[in-house]
Design a protein around this ligand. Sequence first.
Ligand code: IMP
Length: 427
Amino acid sequence: MSVVGIIGGQWGDEGKGKIVDLLSEKADMVIRFSGGPNAGHTVINSHGEFKLHLVPSSICNSHAISLISSGVVVSAEALLDEIDLLQRSHVAVSNMFVSERAHLIMPYHILLDKLEEESRGGSALGTTLRGVGPAYEDKVARRGIRVGDILDRDNLIHRLRIALDHNNTIITKVYGAAPLSLEDIYSQCCQYAERLAPFIRDIEPMVQEALDSDALILLEGAQGTLLDINFGTYPYVTSSSPIIGGACIGIGLGPTRIERVLGVFKSYITRVGSGPMPTELMDEVGDIIRERAHEYGATTGRPRRCGWFDAVAGHFSAQVNGFTGIVLTRLDVLDGFSSIRICTEYRLDDKRIRHFPSNSSVLERCEPIYEELPGWTGSVSHVRRFQDLPAEARTYVARLEELIGCPVDFISVGPRREESIVIRPLA
Ligand code: IMP
């Protein structure tokens, strides 16, 4: 067995979908381990273009078993929509399974996500409004409904009554909104159960069996390290652990089993939603990057905030995850800039600092200190070997390796599978 983690190194949207699609050509099993339908993974291959939110990005490689593990919060409706969409495009979904232990996002979670965001006013987090945060809250509070629960109707009505009593109290008493109906939600769950039943499995024995064989297993991260509930820019974070540690917890995987941990980084940086972002470009350069790279959220369509590569944050990400290698994406977006900047330090008050502050209000006060490198002319999209990149692009990559602290294993120079430079392939 060989286990490789694919982890977002920034604030999500680093292009993990394409990388998982590419690397899963050789994989036997791919496991999505955290987050929920807040993720938007874009995959473009011979089957078409897909924006996946829950289904693992390996789905077009039908030989690989695609699993949604217990660490994910699942919207049955969103999952069924995705299954329908894939089937309409003749993509086989018979090799995809969802863990009985995964928690379900319920209609009251979606409503609460909206009510909570509205009540935050100017301090709103900018969530994706998919009910992800409230679903994780119920999970930790031990009143969540798990995927396996919908297959047992007596248990379901019992669990649902407990969860809805609590959530309706908050909906009505805290927010003054109308309560949701137990009967409606129960009958909706029964309908979902019929359609989802063939996909629901006790997936953990499948994972253990693969670990005991010579299988290649990919761990598919969602969101990014800087959105991690523990290590991200709290409170402007998501409610799960997108870091490699989240894969151990979300799958039931011993850390010693993981051979490689790939940190996926855009060649610049983006963020969607609120929170500090030291290298954000509020000028024409930011607009050029956004339009050139079509930086609009795959889940919500919101414009992404764009900025130069933040190597202080990148180094922190590498430390938190123990990255063994980097996947650098969207290098082509930097084509034609006369110079390119990298943030190597922050200025905080009168000091220069190299560490990523734990406190968002401190990070808010940090100003980027940039190093300027020459850009390159022409397009890198057609390049397939590292040595064929323009010298300035190779210098840029080498400097990022130095600053982040690990080698670049793969470079993506366009959205399609083949628009890739493989430096250190998977075994
Ligand atoms: P939530 O995960 O919907 O609760 O949103 C919390 C924060 O994480 C917001 O700033 C979202 O914009 C951000 N977020 C959640 N999922 C993604 C993602 O897949 N890509 C980028 N940002 C995300």
